[in-house]
Design a protein around this ligand. Structure first.
Ligand SMILES: NC(=O)c1ccc[n+]([C@@H]2O[C@H](COP(=O)([O-])OP(=O)(O)OC[C@H]3O[C@@H](n4cnc5c(N)ncnc54)[C@H](OP(=O)(O)O)[C@@H]3O)[C@@H](O)[C@H]2O)c1
Length: 314
C-alpha cells in the first residue's frame, strides 16, 4: 500500500487521482490546489505527485518541501525530466537532499518521459554503435487547458508569437533538450549544441476551443518545432514536434515515429499509429509510475535509471 498526495488540481492532477483511486493497493490522500500547498507537500505521503507547471524554477521549492517531509516525488514539469539542463546547482542540491532522505525524485510523462527518451533508449538497445536518431511526433493538442495552450503558443498572430517566443513566454512544447540529454547522458555522450526552431502554424479558419478561447483565422493553432542536438559537431538527435488543435481539420493524423540511421541510411523505424495521446498517455504514465519511483535508486533519477512504467493490475 502506498499513500499518494497530488499537488496541482488541474487536468493532469485530477485525472491521475481518478486512476489511482481505483488501484486497490494505493490510497490517494487528496488532490490539493494552490491554497493547500503545505498540506500536500508536507503530508508525508509515500509519493507526492506535483502536477502544476512546466519550469523547474517554479517547482523546485515544492519538490524540496516534499523531500524534506520524507516523500518520493514524481513531477510532471517538462524541465524536470533532466533539471541539470536548466539549473545544475539546484538539481545537484535536490539530488543530494533526496539521497540524504533516502527518497527519489523523477520527472514523468509522455513527452518528456517516453517518446523522445525512454523509447529511444529501448530501441537503441538493438542497434549498433554510431546511429543517429530522429523522432517525429504529430499530436492533437486540443485537450489542454487555456494556460498550457497559451504557453504552447496558441491564439497569436505571427508577430505576437515571435515576440513572445523571444521573451520566453511561448515555449512551444517544452522538454526536448531534456529528453535528448537524458539519452546522451545514458550513452556517455556530450551534446555540443542544440539548434532550435519554433514556428507557428497559422490557421485559415476560426477554431473554437470550448470553455477556453477562440482562435481567429490568421492566428496560431499549432506549433512546428525542430530541435537538433549535435555531438562532435554533427547532428546526432533531431526532435520534430507538430502539434495542432485541429489535426483532422488539416488532414493530419496523430503519429509517433522513431527512426535510427546508420551511415546516412535508415536502420530501423518504429511507428505508433495513432500516436500516443497527450492527455491519455500522460495521466496513465504518471499514475503507472508509483511503483517505479518507490523502487528507484535514491536521489534525482531520469527515465534511463528507472524500470519501465506499467499498470499494476488489470
Ligand atoms: N511530461 C509530460 O508529458 C506532461 C504531460 C502533461 C502535462 N505536463 C505538464 O504538467 C503541468 C500540468 O498539466 P495540466 O494539464 O494539469 O495543466 P492545468 O490543467 O493547467 O493544471 C495546472 C494546475 O496547477 C496549478 N498551478 C499552475 N502553476 C502553479 C504553481 N506555480 N504553483 C502551484 N500551482 C500551480 C494551476 O492553478 P491555476 O489554474 O490557479 O493557475 C492548475 O490548477 C503542465 O505544465 C503541463 O505542461 C507534462
Amino acid at each position: 500500500m502506498a499513500t499518494v498526495a497530488i499537488y496541482g488540481a488541474g487536468q493532469l492532477g485530477a485525472t491521475v487521482a481518478e486512476i489511482l483511486t481505483n488501484v486497490p493497493h494505493h490510497k490517494v490522500l487528496g488532490v490539493f490546489g494552490r491554497s493547500a500547498r503545505e498540506e500536500a507537500l508536507t503530508s508525508g505521503a509515500d509519493v507526492v505527485i506535483i502536477a502544476t507547471t512546466t519550469k523547474f524554477k517554479d517547482v523546485a521549492a515544492d519538490i524540496e518541501l516534499a523531500v524534506q517531509s520524507g516523500s518520493h516525488v514524481l513531477v510532471s514539469s517538462e524541465e524536470c525530466a533532466y533539471p541539470w539542463a536548466v539549473d545544475r546547482t539546484s538539481a545537484d542540491h535536490l539530488d543530494a537532499l533526496a539521497k540524504s532522505k533516502k527518497v527519489s525524485i523523477a520527472g514523468t510523462g509522455v513527452n518528456p518521459g517516453l517518446i523522445f527518451d525512454s523509447l529511444v533508449l529501448t530501441l537503441l538497445g538493438a542497434a549498433p554503435r554510431g546511429c543517429t536518431v530522429a523522432v517525429r511526433r504529430t499530436v492533437n493538442i486540443s485537450g489542454f487547458g487555456a494556460t498550457v495552450l497559451r504557453r504552447l503558443g496558441m491564439g497569436f498572430t505571427p508577430e505576437v508569437f515571435a515576440e513572445r517566443v523571444r521573451r520566453e513566454e511561448i515555449l512551444g512544447h517544452a522538454g526536448f533538450p531534456q529528453s535528448m540529454t537524458v539519452v546522451a547522458d545514458a550513452m556517455g555522450l556530450t551534446i555540443d549544441a542544440i539548434d532550435k526552431e519554433l514556428l507557428p502554424l497559422i490557421t485559415s479558419y476560426e477554431i473554437d476551443l470550448p470553455d477556453r478561447f477562440r482562435i481567429a483565422a490568421g492566428e496560431s493553432a499549432g506549433v512546428n518545432q525542430t530541435y537538433t542536438a549535435k555531438v562532435g559537431g554533427k547532428p546526432w538527435f533531431t526532435s520534430h514536434f507538430y502539434g495542432h488543435v485541429d489535426l483532422a481539420g488539416i488532414n493530419k493524423s496523430a503519429m509517433d515515429e522513431i527512426e535510427l540511421s546508420l551511415d546516412g541510411k535508415v536502420f530501423q523505424t518504429i511507428t505508433l499509429k495513432p500516436g500516443i495521446g497527450s492527455q491519455v498517455g500522460s495521466k496513465n504514465m504518471v499514475a503507472n509510475s508509483i511503483q517505479r519511483i518507490l523502487a528507484a535508486p535514491d536521489g534525482w533519477v531520469t527515465v534511463a535509471h528507472m524500470e519501465p512504467a506499467f499498470p499494476e493490475s488489470l
